[in-house]
Design a protein around this ligand. Sequence first.
Ligand code: ADP
Ligand code: MG
Length: 341
Amino acid sequence: MAIEKLPPQLANQIAAGEVVERPASVIKELVENSLDAGATRVDIEIEKGGAKVIRIRDNGSGIPKEDLSLALSRHATSKLKSLDDLEAILSFGFRGEALASISSVSRLTLTSRTAEQTEAWQAQAEGTEMAVKVLPAAHPVGSTVEAVDLFFNTPARRRFLKSDKTEFTHIDEWLKRIAVARRDIHFTLKHNDKTVRNYRPANTEIQYIQRLGQICGKAFAETCLRIECEHNDLKLSGYLQSPSAANGYSETQYFYVNGRLVKDRLVNHAVRQAFAQYAEGVSPGYVLMLDLDPHQVDVNVHPAKHEVRFHQSRYVHDFILQALQSAMSQSLSENYDSPNT
Ligand code: ADP
Ligand code: MG
């Protein structure tokens, strides 16, 4: 067979296989773009579990008219200029793939306005060459991305979508995790025209505990131990289920590295080890944020960025373990010392 260059849409659809698995992954990519654009409010609307309509509206910086079509093309990003940047990346995005991928497997429109522009513009990618049409539109400063009929042109993938309810649950679970991490952001979620989640900005500790209660359950929010620990360039903050309240396995196990939600065995291991002296075999709930020099962690391990790699994983593990152990022993000793003794 002769060698031929893939048409852009097909190349994007192939790349989409790694980034766009289901409605929840579309929402993840779009909301992360909103956060990267400095939005303080993100409104998510979906229909039929996201399979029919996904609409994300933000009040971020917007995209200048002349960049709209570029934003939809592959490997186009405003977040990365060199490999050096990648070594210290703090934005969610940097691969420049999400919009191109999503627009290759749905009917996507991008409407946006910057503070400098007096009017908004809307872009739409069409056909196998992904030519972009840009038209005037109405929109306040910020962006709305709408992805309709996900996988309409990739029937094999569409068949893998589960029931609306299951797809909704994936979206809801992801939103919980980002809402825990970004207390400063107002998030709303509407499903089939009904507002089902409303996470108001939590500017005080009390408001944040309320948000935690909404998301992780009252029992967790009311009894968890506060974690706050710094050592050299490592900082761990968050909440750990109290040993007296924990049993079995908790669903609330959220870990963030420099604000990015990751799945990591290292933290699970450290938590279980810290717990072992109080309750063997328990996998307690936690919400932990680790912040460290971005040079010390590689985020470019997986296209969906679910995993990271620490350069000094033993050091990070031991730091987390010690931070948890000292928080636990402190809380136990506080419980023993009554205020009158
Ligand atoms: P990446 O996030 O990796 O840069 P994307 O394909 O997700 O790639 O987005 C491409 C570019 O489009 C971004 O770099 C950004 O400049 C712009 N963009 C996308 N979504 C938004 C948004 N909601 N607000 C402002 N700019 C956006
Ligand atoms: Mg992105």
